[in-house]
Design a protein around this ligand. Structure first.
Ligand code: CTP
Ligand code: C5P
Length: 338
């Protein structure tokens, strides 16, 4: 609010291709500068014209930005160069962008107009993550391991067990992440609210690697099963055991922030056990455990990870209505860069 009690409306815009926690962190900082956050997302056509075709289509990108908890409104098809007319049309006081320069195809700063009018603010870009970096991680792993003419991207990895015994070991799965996680970042992303008395607690668990529209749609339906949604995230070696190959692409810390940025999520368990145990269900007072339509991989001992909630009659299969998977994203990237 301003001194005269007027709501401060903030404008952000961008491509938001392969939305990641760096985007979410810029929107978090932007929202903190005002009361209401409007985010303009460019069309596929505009992006193709200025920096080449995006990996995700506009409908997917609009939906992903709408899923971020600091976003109040999304403007579809926002112009690439931010104009004062656009800010005025949406009643926004100023525009916020990360501290990197964005150019049009003609080399013009896309924010020159709002900068000249004094209606531009800058926030700190999140170091160590970008769409380009994520694409690079996927290509790196596939270039090294992709067998030409064969749809298999897998690679023989050291068994995950050897990791814990060797203190000099680097994670073979996430060694290329440059992001430095801090507890402060987790606090900033977390909503810090506990379930209220009587709240129905929903628990889901998974990898949630490269957080995508399939995850978002799944979490939306999962949230509808109760009042408070807890997402359990498995550690990198656990994910690698059942997803095999080169997964996960994002390390646990990065996956935590991606999931925390989602508006349907109330709490995250960092390094949740693969098996949903009685202790875990009691500890969080879980009313219902859900899983989507993707296959349920067995535990290391071959057992069903959901046998306890099933025994308690507290298990439900949900349909996200979306068939996106992390593997499909990797395939898209390969096609895209071919
Ligand atoms: N952003 C950020 N930190 C990052 C990546 C992006 O703060 N690590 C911010 C940008 O500064 C911008 C907003 O996210 O304010 C939207 O960015 P976008 O237009 O999608 O473009 P890029 O900056 O190109 O994002 P990326 O490099 O990930 O493609
Ligand atoms: O594969 P991952 O462990 O990341 O999936 C987490 C949860 O999201 C699982 O319950 C999975 O079934 C669900 N999901 C979904 N629809 C998708 C992708 C994942 O319901 N398209």
């Amino acid at each position: 609010m301003t001194e005269n009690g007027k709501e401060v409306r903030v404008w952000c815009d961008g491509c938001y291709d392969m939305v990641h926690f760096g985007h979410a962190n810029s929107l978090r900082q932007a929202k903190a500068l005002g009361d209401y956050l409007v985010v303009g997302v460019h069309t596929d056509e505009e992006i193709t014209k200025h920096k080449g075709p995006p990996v995700f289509m506009e409908q997917e990108r609009y939906k992903m930005v709408r899923g971020i908890k600091w976003v109040d409104e999304v403007v579809e098809g926002a112009p690439y160069v931010t104009t004062l007319e656009t800010l005025d049309k949406y009643n926004c006081d100023f525009c916020v962008h990360g501290d990197d320069i964005t150019m049009t195809a003609d080399g013009i700063d896309t924010y020159h107009l709002v900068k000249a009018a004094g209606r531009y603010r800058e926030v700190q870009r999140t170091a160590g993550v970008s769409t380009t970096d994520l694409v690079g991680r996927m290509l790196l792993m596939t270039r090294q391991h992709f067998k030409q003419g064969d749809s298999e991207y897998s690679v023989d990895r050291e068994p995950s067990k050897s990791m814990g015994q060797d203190r000099t070991a680097r994670s073979p799965w996430t060694g290329c992440s440059q992001f430095l996680p801090t507890t402060q970042k987790i606090i900033q992303f977390s909503d810090g609210k506990s379930p209220q008395p009587g709240d129905k607690v929903v628990y889901v668990a998974g990898a949630f690697d490269l957080f995508h529209v399939g995850h978002l749609d799944f979490l939306e339906v999962a949230k509808k099963e109760g009042d408070y949604l807890i997402v359990g995230l498995h550690t990198d070696p656990v994910v690698n055991r059942y997803k095999c190959g080169n997964h996960p692409i994002m390390n646990l810390h990065e996956r935590v922030l991606s999931v925390l940025a989602c508006k349907y999520v109330n709490e995250v368990v960092i390094g949740a056990p693969y098996e949903v145990t009685k202790d875990l269900m009691e500890h969080f007072d879980v009313s219902i455990v859900c899983h989507g339509q993707t296959p349920i991989m067995p535990c290391e001992d071959g057992l069903d990870p959901y046998s306890e909630p099933k025994r308690q009659n507290k298990f439900k299969l949900l349909d996200s209505g979306n068939d996106m998977t992390t593997e499909k994203i990797v395939e898209r990237i390969i096609l895209h860069s071919a």
